[in-house]
Design a protein around this ligand. Structure first.
Ligand code: GUN
Length: 280
């Protein structure tokens, strides 16, 4: 039976460390706010935004909420970002994705000042991560690195197979695992022999966005399996991209859904906010 990698517990440890750090920075007169922008009322986004505001309150960082109507124009959003870029007290700017179809996400991401880009999505942040320069790391991949390290999983020299090549998970995940000296394979919807490639993984990171797709036949005995997916099954219960029950019986360690990767994303966002306050 696999060890369960407890993202809830590890994220709580990280948030407690950050709370302490934020309090120390406050004593030195270093404070700051995270601006959280939501356009429209996508229910999933509303949950994420609320969780981010709650995390700020827990750590002791101010959060400024901008809840904009669905009809907000790209120009209006870019204007708000430009104002927030100039505000000294604002140390982080987060625009919740996805945005309504009439707004270009790339344009919005690029409008955020890289020194306030706590999501780590700006091309400058991505470039810095690629060559190992300082900058904000993309939260979900950085959270997965923390999950592995704090669970005692050695990364160096291991074969890590990633399923998914998105800009917010797959690609930055590959770069961070490479930085930790793993041998990395990225697979995607056009990969041939996906099963055979996955069977070679010592660490399998699944971010394909297909509910309960990855079963035991994709997993080598003793592999570490990280499930980034989050979906609702036919009974409205949360589930991941991995068939947890059958993979658990042959993996050496596995993340559950919920309570695995999810809470780590917010913990790492808070880490980026505290880093931004520290570097002011
Ligand atoms: N939508 C889904 N995940 C994320 C995230 O990490 N950051 C933002 N801004 N939007 C998201």
């Amino acid at each position: 039976m696999a060890k369960i990698i407890d993202g809830k517990k590890i994220s709580q440890q990280i948030k407690d460390e950050l709370k302490e750090k934020a309090a120390k920075l406050k004593e030195q007169g270093k404070t700051g706010a995270l601006a959280v922008i939501q356009v429209g009322q996508d229910p999933a986004s509303s949950v994420y935004v609320r969780n981010k505001k709650n995390a700020c309150a827990y750590i002791g960082i101010e959060s400024l909420a901008y809840e904009l109507p669905e009809e907000t124009t790209e120009e209006e959003l870019l204007k708000l970002i430009a104002e927030l870029n100039e505000k000294e007290q604002v140390k982080g700017i987060l625009v919740q994705l996805p945005l309504p179809g009439h707004i270009c996400e790339d344009k919005v991401i690029q409008a955020i000042s890289p020194c306030k880009d706590v999501d780590g999505f700006h091309p400058q942040s991505v470039g810095a991560m690629t060559i190992g320069e300082p900058g904000f790391l993309s939260c979900t991949p950085a959270g997965i690195i923390q999950l592995l390290k704090r669970s005692g999983v050695e990364i160096a020299g291991k074969h890590c197979v990633i399923i998914g090549r998105s800009n917010i998970v797959g690609k930055p995940m590959a770069l961070l695992m490479l930085r930790e000296n793993a041998t990395v394979t990225i697979t995607h919807s056009r990969t041939r022999n996906l099963k055979e490639v996955c069977q070679q993984a010592d660490i399998l990171i699944v971010a394909m966005g297909k509910p309960q797709f990855i079963g035991a036949e994709y997993v080598k005995e003793g592999a570490v399996v990280i499930d980034v997916g989050i979906h609702r099954d036919e009974n409205n219960k949360l589930c991941g991209d991995v068939k947890f029950a059958e993979v658990e019986s042959l993996a050496s360690a596995i993340t559950p859904v919920p309570g695995g990767v999810g809470p780590m994303t917010i913990a790492m966002l808070m880490n980026n906010c505290v880093q931004s306050i520290e570097e002011e």
